[in-house]
Design a protein around this ligand. Sequence first.
Ligand SMILES: [Fe+2]
Length: 174
Amino acid sequence: MAKAGNSMKKTATPAGAPAINIGISEKDRAAIAKGLSRLLADTYTLYLTTHNFHWNVTGPMFNTLHTMFMEQYTELWNAVDPIAERIRALGHVAPGSYAAFGKLSSLQDAPAEPPKAFDMVRTLVQGHEAVARTARELFPMADKVCDEPTADLLTQRLTVHEQTAWMLRALLED
Ligand SMILES: [Fe+2]
């Protein structure tokens, strides 16, 4: 496709910004941005569910879970920004509405009625594993086109989601 150069015909915007030319084709950038949009939607949905559970948890484990969920939603909240900004760096628009996230997310929305404490933990184990699957699915594509920043981001997200799933799962075991 268009190469950044001195051609006067190809300008990306009315302001005359040069076309993106980072060594990843337009098609590959679009495909990776699409995958990252799904990861963003999953992460945001899991963030909101975790914050909901922080508010609504009850029972003898209240203190432990209320605090643990706070740590987890804070981490998820901080994670959405680098994912969205990587989509922008690849030349695409980052989704950022409940409607868009609802369409893109592989996770269910938070339940309308607060579940029992251990059902919250089960829901979050499944949520972290679902986000891990979304991140892992995208990895080979990023790797294939040497998109190291995306691969690095995915590696970091996989580490967090798999570790958090383990810690939550441990609460459910004897
Ligand atoms: Fe709080």
